[in-house]
Design a protein around this ligand. Structure first.
Ligand code: SAH
Ligand code: SF4
Length: 380
């Protein structure tokens, strides 16, 4: 098909080009009579160079740029709110999607220390809302709205990637970073709003796009998927043959305690969940992260710690102990740092390694689903 014949159609609602896989982009451009390398050029311009309009893609003909712009947009989310924490380490963006759904994305900056290079981690949402109703979670309290598309997941990272690269460039200009060292986003965690394994296909497709070496190029080992514990999803992920990290939100050492805060436990009780974790470890040879939100008086006593040690002592895992980020509606309070350390020392007796994590960005409500809550509260 010649370009001239195509240019005439103007779509009122442009489709986001971020929804296309590389193969789909290739097919589309081939249908327009474009050579094969064109898809690679467009892909690179979007994902590596972070172009925000087709007009900037000056290595394409004017006709092709015009045609692309008439048919596609590069993403379709609007930034509604953007906040930075007082210490400058954390940015949070509230995006509005074309159907008015609101989702959140967080960028966390970690300075280099003796052991590790500096990192920039993006926390992405996979659903608008969530159906799983964990009682301590702001997203859970909002209920389920819908799955995000692959393009909507990717756009969150892409927006943060542009920002991260801009910061790199500023550091290069001021001599703080060596020339040519544009690092951008180094890690992605699927720990924003929603349950990633309940949006499985779009999750996997977005991981493929993130992974692409001529794009954002985040290595699989730098990607973490956090799940509430959907057993079939964990098993499926174990069989994918990708070297990503899995984090499992356990938050309790026994069925009775877990069912009190996590309704999903009735469907997939702890025994089945630990079996699935073991399967994941066997198939991937990778250590699992066990997320344990400390809820004062609910799951943070020595009895709980000892039960947890017993439960996990034979699993290749690392436990992250996270004092809860209290939500507007929730009844929970944070466990103090001292008590968290005591919990940690109880676990140590079982040789279960753990870290106490004080969450970043508390002052900008960077806990799961909290900025959206704040924004809605402001609207009401
Ligand atoms: N649905 C997935 C991923 C999104 S939630 C999951 O549940 O794992 C990401 C993490 O934030 C989970 O470990 C979740 O339990 C935790 N979380 C939810 N609400 C929280 C809160 N108020 N304070 C601290 N962590 C919270
Ligand atoms: Fe959903 Fe995860 Fe929140 Fe539970 S913690 S309600 S699974 S987003």
């Amino acid at each position: 098909m010649a370009i001239e014949n195509q240019i005439l159609t103007v779509h009122p609602n442009l489709k986001s080009i971020l929804e296309l896989s590389k193969t789909q982009l290739l097919t589309y451009l081939e249908e327009l009579g474009q050579p094969k390398y064109r898809a690679e050029q467009v892909w690179r311009a979007i994902y590596r160079e972070g172009r925000t309009s087709f007009d900037e893609m000056t290595n394409l003909s004017k006709d092709l740029r015009g045609l692309l712009a008439k048919n596609y947009s590069i993403g379709n989310a609007t930034t509604l709110l953007s906040k930075r924490s007082a210490d400058g380490s954390t940015d949070k963006i509230l995006f509005k999607l074309p159907d008015d759904e609101l989702i959140e994305t967080v960028l966390m900056r970690y300075e280099a220390d003796g052991h590790r290079k500096g990192r920039k981690t993006v926390c992405v949402s996979t659903q608008a809302g969530c159906a799983l109703g964990c009682t301590f979670c702001a997203t859970g309290q909002q209920g389920f709205r819908r799955n995000l598309t692959t393009g909507e997941i990717i756009e969150q990272v892409l927006t943060m990637e542009r920002l991260a690269r801009l910061e790199d460039q500023e550091e290069i200009n001021s001599g703080k970073r060596s020339k040519g060292e544009l690092q951008g986003v180094t890690n992605v965690v699927f720990m924003g709003m929603g349950e990633p394994l309940a949006n499985y296909e779009n999750l996997i497709e977005s991981i493929r796009i993130l992974n692409d070496p001529i794009g954002i190029a985040v290595g699989a080992r730098h990607i973490t998927v956090s799940t509430v514990g959907l057993v079939p999803g964990i098993e499926k992920l174990a069989n994918e043959n990708i070297q990503i990290n899995l984090a499992v939100s356990l938050h309790a050492p026994d069925n009775e305690t877990r069912s009190e805060t996590m309704p999903v436990n009735k469907r997939y009780p702890i025994e089945r969940l630990i079996e699935a974790c073991q399967y994941f470890v066997n198939e991937t040879n990778r250590r699992i992260f066990i997320e344990y939100v400390l809820l004062k008086g609910q799951n943070d006593t020595s009895i709980h710690a000892n039960k947890l040690g017993e439960l996990l002592k034979n699993l290749l895992c690392h436990v992250n102990l996270i004092p809860v980020n209290p939500t507007g509606k929730g009844p929970y309070r944070r466990t103090g740092y001292k008590e968290a350390q005591k919990f940690q020392s109880d676990l140590k007796k079982f040789n279960v390694p753990s870290t106490v994590r004080m969450e970043k960005g508390i002052d900008i409500d960077a806990g799961c689903g909290q900025l959206r809550d704040r924004a809605l509260a402001l609207e009401n």
